[in-house]
Design a protein around this ligand. Sequence first.
Ligand SMILES: *Cc1c(COP(=O)(O)O)cnc(C)c1O
Length: 372
Amino acid sequence: MTPGLPRAEVVVDLDAVRHNVALLAGRATGAAVMTVVKADGYGHGAAPVARAALEAGASWLGVASLAEALALRAAGITAPVLSWLDLPGTDFSAGVGQGVDLSVSSEGELGRIAEAALRAGKRARVHLKIDTGLSRNGCPAYAWPELVKAASEETAVEVVAVWSHLACADEPGHPSIDDQARRFDTAYEIAREAGLEPLRHIANSAATLTRPDLHFDLVRPGIATYGLNPVPQPENLRPAMTFRSSVALTKRIEAGESVSYGHTWTAPRDTTLALVPVGYADGVPRTLSGRMSVWLGGSRRAVAGRVCMDQIVVDCGDDEPAVGAEVILFGPGTQGEPTAREWADTLGTIDYEIVTGMYRPRIERRYLQETP
Ligand SMILES: *Cc1c(COP(=O)(O)O)cnc(C)c1O
């Protein structure tokens, strides 16, 4: 292949990330912004996104595991980082040593982290997580007073925050949101009565956009950072990810010839086909076979037949795209190209899953406007 022609390439527009973070910071007046960069920045690249977000007004970072937090530290990022889901056996002392904030959902976890703090010779910074109704991570209400008491008496830890996570914030007006907010208030009051003065945080992207009353000290937007809108009303967000490839080969076929495995598509007329070297091993779901189009030569063109492991075939009619021409699989949608949201809607999933699925060894990543 000619050097420089993208085969399977994700382009991440970091100015879009900056725009989105600035928008979120503007909404969250009075609260700091923790940009969530778990799952390698939702498939966009954790460290470059983190740097862009910190430039644009975020002051915290959030990740799902200590390994993700330590990768940010190894990349030279010194901002506060919270890691929220680690198993027993994790080397918490490395986290404490590197100043990573750790979430605590149980007394067992508190004990393991306190022990690690003693080994590290440094107090651990912890965020006590209350389960207010998501019934996933977090301490159940019945165990909360004991956890708070233990944390307030444990000199090896500093309680930085009390926090929780919402189940239905992407459905504004859902009654569970107010219900979770009430339980969160109760949990916070119990912490105060135990003599703690923690920060509070509960808002994901959807609540950052729709529930200013739940911003408290810190908001934790993830998906909106990447320009994908989790709420029904329009928001001025810019999708940061474009997935592109190039035409590898073109050919004419006659009416009646069939295309790709299983011959599920037959040309209704003589037509030109363009071969594009991306497939399901590169994040093009095979279940999009017969249901997807790409942006090629200034218009949308249908993908003919099945998505293969390494290739798709585009029906170009009587147009003949140049070998090497750009093919956009999805992007922000500004030119008319498909979007991650469109793929998700077709597949019956959410755009979160589409973009996080783009973290693959065969996909090259390129950054626009990267922080030097
Ligand atoms: C992923 C996650 C977020 C961010 O959620 P978005 O819907 O992407 O904004 C916030 N908090 C926690 C605990 C999470 O797991």
